[in-house]
Every structure is written in structure tokens, then in C-alpha cells.
Ligand binder design. Sequence first.
Ligand SMILES: Nc1ncnc2c1ncn2[C@@H]1O[C@H](COP(=O)(O)OP(=O)(O)OP(=O)(O)O)[C@@H](O)[C@H]1O
Ligand code: SF4
Ligand SMILES: [Mg+2]
Length: 330
Amino acid sequence: MLLDVRDLHVEFHTRDGVARAVNGVSYHVDAGETLAVLGESGSGKSVTAQAVMGILDTPPGRITGGEVLFEGRDLLTLKREERRRVRGAEMAMIFQDALSSLNPVLTVGDQLGEMFVVHRGMSRKDARAEAVELMDRVRIPAARERVGQYPHQFSGGMRQRIMIAMALALRPKLIIADEPTTALDVTVQAQVMDLLAELRREYHMGLILITHDLGVVADVADRIAVMYAGRIVESAPVLDLYKAPAHPYTRGLLDSIPRLDHKGRELYAIKGLPPGLTRIPPGCAFHPRCPAARDECRTDEPALYEVTGPEGAAAGRGSACHFWRECLHG
Ligand SMILES: Nc1ncnc2c1ncn2[C@@H]1O[C@H](COP(=O)(O)OP(=O)(O)OP(=O)(O)O)[C@@H](O)[C@H]1O
Ligand code: SF4
Ligand SMILES: [Mg+2]
């Protein structure tokens, strides 16, 4: 197993009290596999990723428990310097907003080349040649001519390709892409997503794809982890989850995406809002919004139950709902 996150807890100390942003998240990714992490805004997707990458702002954030095993080694126990070495070389991250992640006063060639100068001790000239090759690799047309241009001279889609090139430079084993296409228009989104999927296959990397768009997930991901209020509420192979969700929250998400085969039908919307993280409801955190909630949901916190039986038979399915059987068969 490439990455194995176990029972991760992250808190933020805020004026309103302690915001429990991540409350016991466990997920894993194998080499060559894509895990999609899905959930509404504020559910803890990015904070989990930042803790894994070792780029969490501390303070105000604090990791209060858990393990981040990368090829069996707990990254949370590493010294700063060792951690920095893992980052970039072994795992890299792609962010939503390329323009603010790239340096506006350096050419893209210098920024890409920097990776090879710093980490591989290459000469400037060799590093530039590598930069051109990387730009070719992520299909930026006329790479040789454009290597000396600045980020603002590229379109949004091309900038995101440059971000992908930066992440790939040192051939990491794991890439975490946090809403990599959200800022792009729909056709460009699809192209960038295809490129990412292709590179993942070619380099046999693990990929964690953070998104709140269930639509893009089906084509590229192997498994999904659905987050709600800092917890994983359902995890399953993508197709199984699409066929029959085992958690009412997932069902609500699926029912709220437009589908061709449901044309004309009114779109469902999950009622209410996610809870504030300083005041997560007792019992099942989803109960105030759940159409299937009953008394025990208000008091008993559901564990991530193993989903079994003929319909849910796929290995490694989990649901944090007391009544997952009903949901699965409903
Ligand atoms: N720097 C911070 N200071 C205080 N609280 C923070 C900070 N960063 C995150 N949080 C808390 O952690 C929660 C989860 O944030 P996170 O960014 O992981 O959400 P997300 O699932 O990535 O949402 P989005 O889809 O909007 O990106 C936030 O709602 C906020 O309460
Ligand atoms: S445990 Fe209860 S409130 Fe939570 S999702 Fe299941 S039915 Fe709904
Ligand atoms: Mg986020």
C-alpha cells in the first residue's frame, strides 16, 4: 500500500472554540490507483490533504491524532528536513488556482527548471531542457518557444498543465490534486482531467482527486471516499457507489446531479447546511439533514460499518450509517 491514512484528527483553534475539521479520517491509496475524495465545502477534504502533505498551517491547525503511513513509514514522526525531502520527490500536490501558486515574476521555464536544479543538482541549461520536455509531456504546444514566457501569458488551462508538470517533475509516487479543474471551463476541465488520468496510468502513480463534482469522478476514479463534517461517511468502489449508495448523504449527492436518463425530473437538493465544526451535532452528524433519521441517530454515533451482503458485496465498502442496509436496498 502506497499511502495509508489512519484515524487522522486535525483541529483549529478559533475565536468560536475548537473547530474539529478532521475527526478520525482513514483512507488508503495504492500505486496506480485513483481515490476520489468528495464532499461539500468545509467537510475537511483539503485539511486532510494538507496534513498528509505536511503543509498544514500550524498554528492555527494542529494534528491531534492518527498516522500517515507512506510506504509503511509514518510521515507524522519525521523531522522537518526529512519531511521536506518526501514532499516534491515522493508526493506532490496540484492546487485549484494555478495563477496564485505560480510565481508571476519568473518564467515558467525557470520555475520548472528550479525543481531539477534544487533537487537534482542540474545545471541551468540541462534544467531548461528538462523543463521543455515536461511542457511537451503535458502537451503545451510550442514548448520550446514558450519556455521563456511568464505565467500570465498562458491561458487558465495551460497554466494548470504547468502546475501538473511541476508536480510531475521529480516523478513522485503520489499526487494529490485538490479541485484541479474547478477554475476552468467545462471543455478545458475534461482535457486537463484526461491528461491527469493518462499520466497517472503511464507513471503508475497513486492519485487522490479532491472534488465536489460527482460528475467527473465516475470516469477517472477507482474508489470514492465521501466526507461529511470531517469524517468519511461512505467509501466504496466507484461503480458500486453509483449503483447503490449505502449512506443517505451519498444518496442525496447522487440525486442532486443532473442525469440524462432523469430528464424533466426535478433535481433533488439536500436540505439544510453542513454543521459548524465547533458544534458538530451529537450522534450521527448528518441527522439534522437526513430524511431517514430516527431517535437513535441523535444519540449514537455510527462507526464506519463494513457493507456486506449480495448487493454490497464488494470488498472494502464502508458506511457510517446505522441503517445502511435500508439505504442500500432503498
Ligand atoms: N486556516 C484555518 N483556520 C481556521 N480554520 C480552518 C483553517 N483552514 C480550515 N479550517 C477549518 O477546516 C474546515 C474544513 O476546511 P477544508 O478546507 O478542509 O474544507 P474542504 O472540504 O476542502 O472545502 P472546499 O470544498 O470549500 O475546499 C473549514 O470549514 C474550517 O472550519
Ligand atoms: S445514521 Fe441515521 S441520521 Fe445518520 S445517515 Fe444513517 S439514518 Fe441518517
Ligand atoms: Mg478544499
